[in-house]
Design a protein around this ligand. Sequence first.
Ligand code: ADP
Ligand code: MG
Length: 667
Amino acid sequence: MSEAASLGQAGEPGQPAPLIELAGIRKRYGGHDGAPAVEVLRGLTLSIGAGEFVAIVGASGSGKSTLMHLLGCLDRPSDGTYRFAGQDVASLNPDELAWLRREAFGFVFQGYHLIATESARENVEVPALYAGMPAAARHARSEALLKRLGLGERLDHRPNQLSGGQQQRVSIARALMNGGRIILADEPTGALDSSSGAEVMALLGELADAGHTIILITHDRKVAAQARRVIEISDGEIVADSGAVAIPPTSTALPPLDMSRAAHCAHDGGASLGTELLDAARAAWRVLWINRFRTGLTLLGIVIGVASVIVMLAIGLGTRQQVMAQLGAFGSNLLYMASRGESSRIPGRSITLADLDALKDVPGITHVLPNVTGNKVIRHGNLDVQTYVRGTGPALPQIQTWPVAKGGFFTEEDEREMATVAVLGAHLAEKLMPDVANPVGQSILIGNVPFQVIGVMSAKGALTGEKDEDDVLLLPFSTAGIRVFGQREPTYTVMAVDDVKRVTEVEAAVDATMFERHRIRDYGISNAAASIAAEARTQDNMTMMLSLIAAVSLVVGGIGVMNVMLMTVRERTREIGIRMATGARRRDILRQFLTEAVLVSVVGGVAGIVVGVTVAGLLLVWDVPVIFSLSAIAGAFACAVVTGLVFGFMPARKASGLDPVVALAGQ
Ligand code: ADP
Ligand code: MG
C-alpha cells in the first residue's frame, strides 16, 4: 500500500494521480455454458479526478451499468487495468474491495435498492454498520442526513411507505453515510417524475459543490447536461468526452482516502464482538418476526425435537430409577445360596449350619443369614390367616435395607434363646389385626405355640412374582426351625458382601469354600447385582432408543431450518447484493444468515424446553415416573443450537459466496 501512496504522489506537484484511471478496460459476458459471448465494454480508457461531476451518457444497452459496476468494484473487468488513487484494484482481495466500497463509494440506483424489511433510518445506517460505527454516532448521523434531505418526518417508515422520490433520497442519504467521496448514480432519475427527478439532480449538484465526486449515469442528454463533464459511450466505446473541467480549489474539501487502511480493513469495526452479535441478533429477530408464520412452522420442528428429547430422557431416567429402587430393595450386594436337591444326602437340605459357619470366614462376607421358610396359618384372637413365615437372622433389616416401622426387631439373644417373638410384615399386620392401632405387644398363635409381636416392618411395596413381600411373618431362625418347621437346616441362605463391586469375586470364594466342603455342586449361588445390572442395561438401552428417536425429530427440525434459510437466501438475494454494495464483507453476510439460523434454533430450543418440561410435569401428575435432569435439558438445548449452526451454515455460506453484481441483479 505504501507503494500505492507513493505512486499517488509521484506526479508533478499540484498534479496528483487521477482518482479513477481506466486503461483498456474490456468486459465480456457469456462464452460458456452455451451462452453466446458478448463484449459489452471494448477497451475503455478514461480518467476522472477527485471532485469532478461527470455524466456518462449513452443509449440503453451501451454498457453504462456494466461500467458503473466496474467503477464501484462490484465487478471485475475481463481485461485492462483499473487504478483507484493509483492502486491497481485487481490486487485487492474481497475484504479490501468491501472496504473500498464502504469507504470510497456510495451507490444510488435507478430502482433505489432499499432493504424492504428495514426503516428509512436503518437503511441509511447499513454502510455504517459494516464500517463499525458505534450505535449512538450511527443514529445521530443517519438522522442528520435524512433531515438534511427533507425526510426528518419519515425516519421510521419502511420503503413501501415512501414515494419514489423519497426512496431515492433515502438511498442518497445511504450513499453519504460513510462519507460518500464518490457517488455512483445509475439512472437516479429514471424511475421518478420530473419534479422529483429535478430535486434529485439538484441534490447531486449540491453534493458536487461540496466536494463529492459524482459519476452520474443516464441515457438522457438533458439530465447529462447538468453535469460539468459529459462522456458519451456507444457500444462499449467512448465516442465523446467534453474533458475535465478545472475544479475550483474551495470545493475539494473532502480529504483524500488513505488507501493504506485497506490492508487493515479486516480489523475494522470498532464495535466489540458482543455488540456486533447483539446487533446481528436484533436484525435477525426482525426478519424472523416479519416472516413469523413461516418462522413459527420452522420452529415447530425444533420445539418438537427438543421437547421429545427432554420428555423421553425424563421418562427413561424415571423408569430406570423406579426399577432400580425396587431391585435395590432386595440389596444389590447380596448373595443367595440354596441346595439344588441333587445331594446324595437329604434332598434339599444339604447345606448345614456348619457350612454357614465356614462361610462367615470368607473374606468380604459381612453377614450370613440362614432362612427357613414355609406357609403357615396364624391366629390372632379368632382370626385365622395363612401367610408366608420366614425364620431369619437379626441382621435382616440392615442388610436388606428394610427398616422396622413400629417396635423393634429380634436380636442375637432372641436367636440364641429361641425366643418366641415375631415381627409382622405391613400387609400381614393389616390383615391379621385390622382393628389394632399398634400390634406391638399383641400375641399370636402358630399351631399352638404362642408368639409375642415385637415389631411391624415398613411396607416394601414390592412383588416377587405373584408374592406380596409385605404379607410375611418374620421369626428368629432358631425358633422358626425348631418350633414351627421342625428342621435345623436353612431353606436358603442370604450373604451380605461388604462391597458391591466385589460381589462376583466373593461369590467365587463362597463357591470354592462350599465345593471344598461338599466335593459336589449340590448348591446354587446367585447374586442380585448381576440381575440388577442386566435390568439397568435394558433400561439404559430403552432410554437410548427413545432418545435416538427424539433426536431424529431434532434432525428433521434442523432440515426444516435449512430449508427455510435456503428460501430466505433466495428471496433476499437482492438484499445481499445491496449489503455487499454498501461494504459488507463475506463474513458479515455469513454471520447475518448464521445468526438468523441460530436464533431460530435458540428460540425453538427455549420453547422446546418449556413444552418438554410442561409435558413431563403433566406425566408426573399422572404418576408416570419422571426425573428431570439438568444435563439432559442442557444437552437438548445445545443440540438444537448446534443443529441451527450446522444446518444454517450451508445456506449462509451460499449467501456470502454470491457475487455482488449477480446478487444485485437478483430478484
Ligand atoms: P446499459 O446500462 O447501458 O443499458 P448494461 O451495461 O446494463 O447497459 O448492459 C450492456 C449489455 O450487456 C446489454 O446488451 C446487456 O444485455 C449485456 N449484459 C449486461 N449484464 C449482463 C450479464 N450479466 N450477462 C450477459 N449479458 C449482460
Ligand atoms: Mg443500465
